[in-house]
Structures are given as structure tokens and as C-alpha cells.
Design a protein around this ligand. Structure first.
Ligand SMILES: [Zn+2]
Ligand SMILES: [Zn+2]
Length: 397
């Protein structure tokens, strides 16, 4: 079935927002948030002949006015001063920076504003009909709050982008976050807004940062019912994750009827990710973008903006996962078999771990989980609870 017809041919299919300057968002040599994954992914795509110079768009830097759409001016001011080395950690800690998770680094304001600008660049391409889909892997900093940094995130590119879409394009946005951590920053930005729907599927906050994302967080005031949370159990595998994701995404999109979809594509729900306890495989990253793509065409004339996010096994997991995302955005047939030999040869020598040479993970990636059934059943209950108020049996008072 052809997904794209008519006018679609006049515009670009998808654009890849990227420049090596995005690597300037760097806390330290040893910090787990490592944008080298952008180089690894971009190189993998190039070696697959899946990405050419014509696909790439240089990200702009977000202006102060744009940052202030979702951030407190006092906070932006603190980040700017810290950026220039004018603040000590004790002065900035109450703003979430200069902490162990989110240390101060030189030019952190510019580097963070560039990641936001990348997502705004992606937004303009899609909303001005210059491309059907746009990807900014440098974005997805979903823990950034209105007045403080959190969890490696300084400015929240998705929150700024959604406010920007509302103001400039008057569109209804559905934001879906498949990062293993709760998409808290974006959720709280729009908690009372009925015109923005946020969905987050994540490892339960019982043992994992940031601890929120309970199924009962549904929005408040006029925004009640437009915030959805699917907290899943540690050790959740592909099948159960995808069951919840697919059912929730389709039912919520049908209910909410968005004009544009933003997906946050953190790649840290994988078994090999060192920071989380989910048992996903590459199958997740093959399937997640497929449904987003389908629903974007079904509900939004294709309007789909995708951003990156977490992902801390930068060698074995993120390059494959994010390459699959870009290939899906371009309607390319998803690859099977081996990764390009040139890519493996080039990067194996830098990698501290043995690279996985195939697109899909080996069958014996992990030992079978004894509690599989129990976890699947528990997750299913979460799904039913999360969707209860939009299902037909529910009667409004
Ligand atoms: Zn994460
Ligand atoms: Zn498409």
C-alpha cells in the first residue's frame, strides 16, 4: 500500500536535523549522556546509503524568546551565567544544575539552546509543509522543567516546541514518549492544557528516576484526561511493552484527534541499557516508529516530528535503534542481517564492548524471565486503568 500520494511528492519525505555542533552538549568525558551516539548513528546511516547530504538540515539555535515559551526567565539567566563560568555549583544547585547528574559545562546555554533550536527547525519543516516528517536526534530532553534542570536535561526542547507549535501554527499536539524514564518535564508543562495530549510509557518509578508517571496522573483542570501514563514493571519484555504501546497510542490518537504527532525516541528500554531495568530488544525499535508513522498519516496528513532522548549503551543499542527510526521515516524497507562491515570495522576499535554485528539482537540476549506471566498481567491492568476514561463504557458525570 502506498503511504504517500499526490502532493506529498512535491515535498521532502523526511529531513534529518543534525550538525556536529550538537556534540557540544557534553557534561564530561565520563558522563553517561554521550552525544557521540549521534556520530555513530549518522555514520551507520551513511554507510547503509540511507542518508545523504540532501537529507540533512542544520539546526538553528533557539532564541531567548523561544526558550521563555517553556522556561522561567530567572532560570535561563542562571544557565547563561553558569555557562560563562560565573556561578558556582552551590549557587545553581537549587536550579538543578551543578549537580552530579547535570553538572555545569562551558557554553552550556548555547549548547542547550541549539538542541532546542534543532527541534524547532524540525517543527518548521513539517508545519510549513516542506517535509512530511522530521527527525532531531539531538533533542528529546524530556526532564527539563520550567524553572530547573533535571536528569541530564537543561532546556526541554519538546516543551518549547509544543508551545511554539501552539502559538505559531495553532495545532493540537500529541506527544508520545517511549523512553524508559517518565517524560515528566513535558507532562508537567501541559498538565492543565486540553489541547496537548502527553503519553508516556516507562519503567515504573518505584525504583527508577524520576519516580513519577503513575497511572493516576491524568492531567488537571481543563487538561484532565489528556495526560496518560503507562508505568510498566522492571523486566518487561518486547511483547508486553508493544502491546501497551500499540493499544494505547491508537486508542488515544483516535480519541484526541491530533493535528501533529511528536515522538520522543529514547532508546534506553533495551536490555543492555545500563541505567534501566527493562528487557526490550531491537524489535521494540523496529516496531515503535512503524505505528507512529502509520498514525501520523492516518490522523495528521503525515505531520510527524521525532526527537531522540535517553540511550546509554551508545555502541550496541542506540545507533541501530535510531537508524531504524530514520529508515522507517523514509519508508525504507527495514534492514535484516548484518550491519555494514565498514561501520563495524571502523568503530569496534573504539568500543569498550563487542559490537552486535546484526540489526536484530541475538536470540539468547538474556536468560528467560521466570515472572513473565505475572509482569504481562500487571502491565495489562495498567493499560486498562490508563485508558479507562476514554473507553466506551465510561460515563461522564
Ligand atoms: Zn531515559
Ligand atoms: Zn511517511
Amino acid at each position: 500500500m502506498a503511504k504517500h500520494t499526490g502532493n506529498d511528492k512535491l515535498k521532502k519525505h523526511a529531513v534529518y536535523v543534525y550538525s556536529e555542533e550538537q556534540l557540544g552538549y557534553k557534561f564530561s568525558e565520563t558522563h553517561p549522556f554521550n552525544q557521540k551516539r549521534l556520530i555513530l548513528t549518522t555514520d551507520l546511516l551513511r554507510k547503509m546509503n540511507a542518508l545523504s547530504d540532501q537529507d540533512i538540515v542544520i539546526p538553528r539555535i533557539a532564541t531567548d524568546d523561544e526558550l521563555l515559551l517553556a522556561h522561567d526567565p530567572r532560570y535561563v539567566d542562571i544557565v547563561k551565567k553558569a555557562s560563562k563560568g560565573l556561578m558556582t555549583s552551590s549557587q545553581t544547585e537549587s536550579f538543578g544544575i551543578g549537580t552530579e547528574d547535570t553538572p555545569i559545562f562551558p557554553n552550556m546555554h548555547e549548547a542547550s539552546a541549539r538542541l532546542v533550536g534543532g527541534t524547532l527547525t524540525a517543527v518548521d519543516y513539517v508545519m510549513e509543509n516542506k517535509a512530511l516528517h522530521a527527525l532531531n536526534l539531538g533533542g528529546g530532553l524530556h526532564h527539563g522543567f520550567h524553572g530547573r534542570a533535571s536528569g541530564f536535561c537543561i532546556y526541554n526542547d519538546s516543551s518549547v516546541a509544543i508551545k511554539y507549535i501552539q502559538q505559531k501554527y495553532k495545532a493540537r499536539v500529541l506527544y508520545i514518549d517511549t523512553d524508559a524514564h517518565h517524560g515528566d518535564g513535558v507532562q508537567w508543562s501541559f498538565y492543565e492544557d486540553p489541547d496537548v495530549c502527553t503519553i508516556s510509557i516507562h519503567e515504573t518509578g518505584r525504583y527508577l528516576f524520576p519516580g513519577t508517571g503513575n497511572v493516576t496522573e491524568r492531567g488537571s483542570g481543563l487538561g484532565y484526561g489528556t495526560s496518560f501514563n503507562l508505568p510498566i514493571d522492571a523486566f518487561t519484555e518486547d511483547e508486553s511493552f508493544l502491546d501497551l504501546y500499540m493499544t494505547a497510542f491508537r486508542e488515544i490518537a483516535t480519541h484526541f484527534k491530533p493535528d501533529v504527532i511528536i515522538t520522543q525516541n529514547g532508546a534506553d528500554a533495551h536490555y543492555l541499557d545500563p541505567l534501566t531495568h527493562l528487557y526490550g530488544t531491537m524489535k521494540l525499535y523496529q516496531e515503535i516508529p512503524k505505528l507512529a508513522h502509520q498514525l501520523a498519516h492516518e490522523f495528521c496528513d503525515g505531520k510527524w516530528i521525532a526527537v531522540g532522548g535517553g540511550g546509554y549503551d551508545i555502541w550496541r543499542v542506540v545507533p541501530r535503534a535510531w537508524s531504524l527510526l530514520w529508515m522507517e521515516m523514509n519508508d525504507m524497507e527495514l534492514p535484516q542481517g548484518k550491519l555494514p562491515k565498514e561501520w563495524l570495522d571502523q568503530w569496534q576499535k573504539d568500543s569498550p564492548v563487542q559490537l552486535i554485528p546484526t540489526w536484530m539482537d541475538p536470540e539468547n540476549l538474556y536468560e528467560p524471565i521466570p515472572r513473565k506471566e505475572e509482569i504481562t498481567e500487571k502491565n495489562k491492568q495498567v493499560l486498562d486503568k490508563a485508558l479507562y476514561h476514554i473507553r466506551p463504557h465510561y460515563e461522564k458525570e
